[in-house]
Structures are given as structure tokens and as C-alpha cells.
Write a protein that binds this ligand. Structure first.
Ligand SMILES: Cc1cc2nc3c(=O)[nH]c(=O)nc-3n(C[C@H](O)[C@H](O)[C@H](O)COP(=O)(O)O)c2cc1C
Length: 366
């Protein structure tokens, strides 16, 4: 039986349900991606932070685990030129703040000041080259404008999707040939814009029609899926819900934090990356805010605070230090689940909500 949730996105991408797992850098790897695709959604490799050859390895691992469509997501933090080397002009990375070095010491993380890998134009071009060579079914840009790579992607038979936070940015990427626009609202985990999901999605739908739009930010259950469809979206893109799954590549302590926090625990900071990023509050974010320092522009801020700060929660479970992106709806997530189970629950919940909205039924009975 065809699910009542089937939308044009399913036909466009070759998936069963219009449910997409967001690309989450270093967290959404082959295990999560394949589990979601095998359950009938769209799994996505979060390739931001991976070298070109690591991206290739992840793509091949996904292909070992599923023959269904999947995507690769990277962030395009600047106007990446197709040729030339913009990196040569990048300023040097300043040393980390003293309070951060002290926190490293407290947690036994040593004196090594190695800055985090920079998201440079060179790295992005390498990632893109690998994604094109591997003919990944779908390319997603998590930040920035992918228009410059759309012709090459289409020539390879690939689809392109782009995350945006405003109707204007949506029009830009749609004009550039994006096949799907993902409207990510303020509610969402990770890098986020200023407009709330409920306000943003219908404005983007109107701005780029007939280009299909998916909704992101604050969707974690079947009610959210149906609401997104009611706003005119043809699919949903969920990060935080899939970050709290068995297959997400992160420390259990971080997943557990997602399953116990409420909206008051979730804030926006520029302290980790230099761009507004929604994360779970911790000692790092509080000390950063109190320091009164100005964040350096991306990618310098991320490089300055060092690799070990970024990975502390994700890899070591040091939740007081490391970055823990999570969206405002995390308070609805109370258990870490297998990713396939998340897809099945979303579908079952959404299918249960739909008949309750049937015409003629009094609101009180819904
Ligand atoms: C842990 C985490 C990491 C993320 N990393 C990325 C990323 O690398 N690239 C990207 O496009 N978006 C990233 N995002 C944002 C997601 O793509 C998505 O827009 C967002 O999670 C949607 O909101 P939600 O978390 O409420 O579902 C991340 C989100 C989270 C929660």
C-alpha cells in the first residue's frame, strides 16, 4: 500500500517516505546514512570535516550497506572559487584563549595547541571532486550557495539540494538550479538563521514555486512531519532526532544530553565556529559568553579553539567542553533509538495524525 505521506519528493529522489536525515558533520557517517536509507528515508553522509579520501571511504561504505539512494552534505562557508587558491590569503590562526587552555588542562587534554582543520577552499574543492567522481545520487550544501557546481552535478545525473534560512537565499539557489530547497528555521540544531520554521517554510515555498521545498528545524515527531506538509513542504530534514540514535557516530554522553535537555538548555553561540550555531549550553558556552570576546569569522574561530574542543563531547563524552549541536525540539526526544525505528515511528505517527485532521471532524474530537 502506498503511504499517504508519499509526495513528489519521493519520486524525485527515489525514496519511500519524504523523511530525510540531516547531514551532520562527523556524526552522520555510513552507519546512520545506510540505516535511514534502508528504512525508506533518505540517509545523508555529513562530510563536513572529512578529507577528500575520507569522504570517498564513507561513500563506499554506504554502498556496501545499501543499494538505495543517499546523499552527501558539505558546507560551503565562502564563495568557493572553482579554480585558484583562495587559501593563500587566509590570515594566521591566533592562539586559543587562556581560559580554554585551562579547561583543556583540567580535562587532561594536554598542551597541544594544534588548531582544528580549516574548512578551506582547497578542501571543499577536493570534497566536491570526490562526490562528483563517485556520482553520489544527491549532493547537499549545508551552508553557502552551490550554484557553481550544479551543472557538473547534473551532468553526472545527480540531484542538488541546498539549505537556506531566508526566502532571498532560497531564490538564489533555485535560480542556480538546485533541485530541492531545504528551508531551515531558527529552531534547528547546528548553524541556523533568524527566521522560525513556521514563518520561514511557507514564505520559501511561495518564493521558489514550483521548486520543491523541504522543511527543517524543530521537527522530531509525526506531528511535525504533518505540520511541515501543511505548510507546503514536500519533505522534512531532521538533525537532532537522528543525532540521538544508536548509529550516530558520537559519544553516548552527548546522545544522553539530547534525551534529557529542555528548551532552556539550548542556546545560540558563535564561540565554536564563528557563525550562529544552536547547541546545548555547557561550561564552554557560558565561559565564552562571559569573556565578552568577539568571535573570529568562520573558519578562523573554529580553528582557533582547536580540534580537541570540537571533539570533546562527540568523541570523549566531555559534555562541559565540546560542541553539542541540538535544536529547540530536543525536549520532545526522551530516548536514544535505532535510526530505522525513528523512521518507522515518524511514519506511523504522521499517518495517525492525518485522519484526525479529516474534514468534518469537530476540533474538540481530534
Ligand atoms: C549535531 C548536528 C550537526 C549538524 N551539522 C551539520 C552539518 O555538518 N551540515 C549541515 O548542513 N547541517 C548540519 N546541521 C543542521 C542540520 O542540517 C539541520 O538543518 C538541523 O539539524 C534541523 O533542525 P533540527 O535539529 O531541529 O532537526 C547539524 C545539526 C545537528 C543537530
Amino acid at each position: 500500500m502506498i503511504s499517504p505521506l508519499r509526495t513528489p519528493l519521493c519520486d524525485l529522489l527515489g525514496i519511500e517516505y519524504p523523511i530525510m536525515q540531516a547531514g551532520m558533520g562527523l556524526i552522520a557517517r555510513s552507519d546512520l546514512c545506510a540505516a535511514v536509507s534502508n528504512a525508506g528515508g533518505l540517509g545523508v553522509i555529513g562530510a563536513s570535516g572529512l578529507s577528500g579520501e575520507e569522504v570517498r571511504d564513507e561513500i563506499r561504505r554506504v554502498r556496501d550497506k545499501t543499494d538505495r539512494p543517499f546523499a552527501v552534505d558539505i558546507i560551503l562557508p565562502m564563495n568557493v572559487p572553482v579554480a585558484g587558491d583562495a587559501d593563500a590569503t587566509m590570515p594566521p590562526v591566533p592562539p586559543p584563549p587562556a581560559w580554554l587552555v585551562e579547561m583543556w588542562r583540567e580535562h587532561g587534554l594536554g598542551e597541544d595547541m594544534t588548531p582544528a582543520m580549516r574548512v578551506t577552499g582547497k578542501l571543499i574543492r577536493k570534497q566536491v571532486a570526490v562526490i562528483l567522481e563517485e556520482r553520489v545520487p544527491i549532493f547537499v550544501s549545508g551552508l553557502g550557495d552551490p550554484s557553481w557546481l550544479v551543472p557538473d552535478a547534473h551532468a553526472q545525473g545527480m540531484k542538488v539540494m541546498a539549505l537556506v534560512g531566508t526566502p532571498r537565499a532560497a531564490q538564489r539557489v533555485a535560480r542556480g538550479g538546485a533541485d530541492v530547497v531545504i528551508a531551515q528555521g531558527y529552531d534547528g540544531g547546528g548553524h541556523t538563521g533568524r527566521v522560525g520554521t513556521f514563518s520561514l517554510v511557507p514564505q520559501v515555498v511561495d518564493a521558489v514555486a514550483p521548486t520543491p521545498v523541504a522543511a527543517a528545524g524543530g521537527i522530531v515527531d509525526g506531528r511535525g512531519v504533518v505540520a511541515a506538509l501543511a505548510l507546503g513542504a514536500v519533505g522534512v530534514w531532521l538533525g537532532t532526532r537522528f543525532a540521538a540514535t544508536d548509529e550516530a557516530r558520537s559519544h553516548p554522553a552527548y546522545k544522553q544530553r539530547i534525551a534529557e535537555v529542555g528548551p532552556d538548555d539550548i542556546i545560540i553561540t558563535k564561540g565554536y565556529s564563528g557563525k550562529t550555531c544552536r547547541v546545548i549550553r555547557n561550561r564552554f558556552t557560558e565561559t565564552w559568553e562571559k569573556s565578552g570576546e568577539e568571535a573570529l569569522p568562520m573558519p578562523l574561530q573554529g580553528a582557533r579553539i582547536g580540534k580537541k574542543t570540537h571533539g570533546a563531547a562527540r568523541e570523549l563524552g566531555i559534555t562541559e567542553l565540546g560542541s553539542m549541536p541540538a535544536g529547540q525540539a530536543a525536549g520532545l526526544i526522551r530516548a536514544v533509538l535505532p535510526a530505522g525505528e525513528v523512521v518507522r515511528r515518524l511514519v506511523a505517527e504522521a499517518e495517525a495524525v492525518l485522519p484526525r485532521l479529516a474534514p468534518g471532524r469537530p476540533l474538540a474530537a481530534r
